[in-house]
Design a protein around this ligand. Structure first.
Ligand code: NAP
Length: 449
């Protein structure tokens, strides 16, 4: 870890290291938040007296379970499932489920920890949680995905509920998986409890704009950052890492704002299209065929596919990391800055390493951390819950307007909080402090919980 902590915070961090051995991503996420909380404890010493930070760093509940399932040949497989119910001071636990072979407790805890502050920043009544499995959905048939989802939910259902814990999607979990899990939840509980999942299909309780929300929200946030510098996305050259849900809709909204998006990627390589990406083609490859991004160059002559390429070496003015954690290191950050990048908003969670963040902050480019910039997804999930509770469904235009207002407010809140604490332009500090204070006040009001 590069930045030293305040003397009150260092022992708290040491305790987190000691209690959670080997969970490096969780350590990284906690350190990043603690780095910015020193001035908060000076202004609000009661939070130190009440050990709010120590309490926030310890999840309220952690569930780990076995997921046995059979593949199409009848062979049995065992995966591990997780749900970390981190903090419910502001509302039911809320956060996605991730299916990826890299998943272990440390990943789920880092994501759950970030989710607490992100959800607080939305201003909506949602606590923080996260879950998932080390299951690899790549190459699995529809039936295998269904059997896996049903087995997972057979165990997890008892811990969920619209007032308790409300999952959604994340890496490897989209509309198809949510459908299978919701179906099994309904069967196990004998309740049509729409508000227990978000990201549902549009004809069975889902919300318009939820699919687009994280990517759109990230671009709204980038536009707001640029506005503070009397600039905009119009005419900018943009690159977006990943080609999943968040990446696709970040590309779409950036294009709507008049930007030219020239590159995206997956875990095997990068596509570079100087004329601007063909988004319909990308959607067809990823959403219809569930294929690899390398297929793009077969249909689009003139575009290049760079196997194992590094997307951050493609020169751009605005970068939107939308794939995964720690995908952008200090060297990549320096390359982006040297190539003239002026703004970066994170659609993914914690995609930039601590060294990378330092490079952006030293260069004073507009840097929007994931817990603020990608909060549009969970915010729209909360809007889906509102629609479910009132048995209503809103139009696309109205829902998108609500999303945009929320992103503008999150941006303003982060910007003003950073100013208030003497760290002008530092969205990392602004997001951490504003999110923390909202949770800390609720926890204080509720007594020792
Ligand atoms: P997704 O649809 O599964 O797409 C993930 C994309 O990232 C894919 O293109 C994938 O490529 C790539 N990727 C995943 N792991 C990678 C790795 N280790 N190295 C390189 N590329 C990798 O997932 P998503 O929902 O878009 O999520 C993307 C990011 O956004 C994650 O950090 C997630 O936590 C965050 N996020 C998502 C939401 C949401 O609403 N979905 C909300 C907030 C934040 P492959 O296909 O090759 O694996």
């Amino acid at each position: 870890m590069t930045i030293h902590l305040d003397e009150k915070l260092e022992p708290i961090f040491q305790d987190v290291l000691h209690r959670n051995p080997g969970e490096t991503e969780f350590h990284q996420a906690v350190h990043e938040v603690l780095e910015t909380l020193g001035p908060v404890l000076v202004k609000y010493p009661e939070f130190a007296d009440k050990k709010i930070i120590q309490r926030i760093c310890e999840p309220e509940r952690q569930i780990i379970f076995r997921i046995p399932w059979q593949d199409d040949k009848g062979e049995i497989h065992i995966n591990r499932g997780f749900r970390v119910q981190f903090n419910s001071a502001l509302g039911p636990y809320k956060g996605g489920l991730r299916f990826h072979p890299s998943v272990y407790l440390g990943i789920i805890k880092f994501l759950g920890f970030e989710q607490i502050f992100k959800n607080a920043l939305t201003g909506l009544p949602i606590g923080g949680g996260k879950g998932g499995s080390d299951f690899d959905p790549k190459g699995k048939s529809d039936d295998e995905i269904m059997r896996f989802c049903q087995s997972l939910m057979t165990e997890l259902h008892r811990n969920l509920g619209e007032y308790t814990d409300v999952p959604a999607g994340d890496i490897g979990v989209g509309g198809r998986e949510i459908g299978y899990m919701f179906g099994q939840y309904k069967r196990m509980t004998n309740r049509y409890e729409s508000g227990v999942f978000t990201g549902k299909g549009l004809n069975w309780g889902g919300s318009l704009v939820r699919t687009e929300a994280t990517g759109y929200g990230t671009v709204f946030f980038a536009e707001e950052m640029l506005k503070t510098r009397q600039d905009s996305l119009e005419g900018k050259t943009v690159i977006v890492s990943g080609s999943g849900n968040v990446a696709i809709y970040a590309i779409e909204k950036a294009m709507e704002f008049g930007a030219k998006v020239i590159a995206c990627s997956d875990s095997n390589g990068v596509i570079f299209d100087e004329k601007g990406l063909d988004l319909d083609l990308i959607k067809h490859i990823k959403e219809v065929e569930r294929g690899r991004i390398s297929a793009y160059t077969e249909a689009r002559k003139g575009a290049k596919y760079i196997a194992n390429g590094n997307i951050w070496s493609v020169p751009c003015q605005v970068a939107l990391p939308c794939a995964t954690q720690n995908e952008l290191n200090g060297k990549d950050a320096q390359t982006l800055v040297n190539n003239g990048c002026i703004a970066l908003a994170e659609g993914a969670n914690m995609p930039t390493t601590p060294e990378g963040i330092q490079v952006f902050q030293t260069a004073k480019i507009a840097y929007g951390p994931g817990k603020a910039a990608n909060a549009g997804g969970v915010a729209t999930s909360a809007l889906e819950m509102q629609q479910n509770a009132s048995r209503d469904s809103w139009t696309f235009e109205y829902t998108e307007k609500r999303l945009q207002e929320i992103m503008v407010n999150i941006h303003r809140n982060c910007f003003e909080t950073a100013e208030e604490f003497g760290m002008s332009g530092n969205y990392v500090a602004g997001a951490n402090i504003a999110g923390f204070i909202r949770v800390a006040r609720a926890m204080t009001a509720m007594g020792l919980i």
